[in-house]
Design a protein. Structure first.
Length: 366
């Protein structure tokens, strides 16, 4: 494998540790460990290595599948990696909808040829309203070839916050199935929608869903995720997992069991209430600076770089160096000749007092 530098993670590595406010965090504020029983007992490997049966059953119930179609992973990052390694080989072809989290196109690109299909940009439609970042199913269908093995979507989308409707997702699944390919949907933000869509994995034998407890529940440090898909993909992912992390962590699974079996509903509602409040605060701030607000789902928004800056890197570097606030440059999401250097990602899932402080600091820069 030969992968490109992960631009967003390298940006964070440069600035995150010395900054005062992390306005680029992409999930809901972190929960404290004292919310859970943190004694998992013995710290051996999880047996079976794809996750305990009751944990997989709880995940399967939410996805409308059986427990045999679930493998537990160390975060969604590993779940996606295992899917790519299990499905793609040199000589294959993949289609990835962008902009998106860099690993969703760069890991496939390290294995085979990848065609990136961009979402419809707001300026192409002359609007910054509800049609922002629309998924063009026909464009994806046009990119599919006889050697296409995988179509990749992230819904709701990171970095734009766009939630693609169920009709478009079903149509995309049909495109993949007609080509005898798989549709993989990274669904880490699915449950941050007030009215979440069904999981893509419920659509049929050509569907794969990946997710984790990181973004919705504020448990990024738990590093617990999963892959849900047809049995042959799950079996291949489990074989690959023997070469990565072998099993999910005992501690991660112990806390995950508490979320999935008992506290999940109340924790999710708590997160939704928190994000809803921060959404309104951030929307008012953006509009106050003349920045169009696309009404995102989740806790990320992809805003235009304010006037007076050459691009996203210059703007975000000025903000972090002058105000101690980390934002995510849109250039970190540029791919396949499509540039997003006129945008920056702002995450508003952090504690509300920190959000207000960060926005006020950016006010001083602007």
């Amino acid at each position: 494998m030969d992968v490109d530098q992960f631009e967003l993670e390298r940006w964070f590595a440069e600035y995150e540790h010395d900054a005062d406010v992390m306005l680029a965090e992409s999930g809901v504020r972190s929960l404290h460990a004292d919310r859970f029983d943190t004694d998992p007992g013995g710290l051996g490997y999880v047996i079976p290595t794809k996750g305990a049966a009751d944990v997989r059953r709880a995940i399967a119930d939410d996805h409308g599948v059986t427990a045999e179609q679930v493998v537990c992973t160390v975060g969604a990052q590993e779940a996606n990696f295992l899917a790519f390694q299990s499905i793609l080989s040199p000589g294959d072809h993949a289609v990835v909808v962008t902009p998106t989290y860099q690993s969703l196109h760069d890991v496939p690109d390290s294995i085979c040829e990848v065609t990136r299909v961009p979402l419809d940009r707001p300026e192409a439609q002359g609007t910054d309203g509800g049609a922002d970042w629309r998924l063009d199913v026909d464009a994806v269908a046009d990119a599919v070839r006889p050697d296409t093995e995988l179509v990749v979507l992230n819904n709701p989308n990171n970095p734009t916050g766009r939630k693609h409707d169920w009709e478009a997702v079903r149509a995309l699944y049909d495109v993949a199935a007609d080509a005898d390919a798989f549709l993989l949907c990274d669904e880490v933000y699915r449950l941050l929608a007030d009215d979440p869509l069904p999981s893509v994995a419920s659509l049929g034998e050509h569907a794969i869903s990946t997710a984790s407890l990181s973004k919705v529940y504020g448990l990024a440090g738990l590093r617990f995720g999963w892959l849900v898909g047809p049995p042959d993909v799950v079996d291949a992912a489990e074989r690959w997992k023997d070469y990565t992390t072998i099993s999910p962590s005992a501690f991660g699974q112990h806390v995950a069991r508490q979320v999935l079996d008992g506290q999940g509903h109340s924790l999710r509602q708590e997160a939704l209430d928190h994000v809803r409040q921060n959404h309104e605060i951030t929307a008012a701030w953006a509009r106050g600076h003349g920045l169009e607000w696309p009404d995102p789902v989740g806790c990320n928004v992809f805003l235009r770089v304010p006037d007076g800056f050459a691009g996203s890197r210059e703007f975000c570097r000025t903000v972090v160096e002058d105000a101690g606030v980390v934002l995510a440059p849109g250039d970190c999401f540029s791919a396949g000749g499509e540039s997003y250097d006129d945008r920056f990602r702002l995450g508003f899932g952090l504690p509300t007092d920190e959000l207000r402080d960060g926005l006020q600091r950016v006010d001083g820069v602007l």
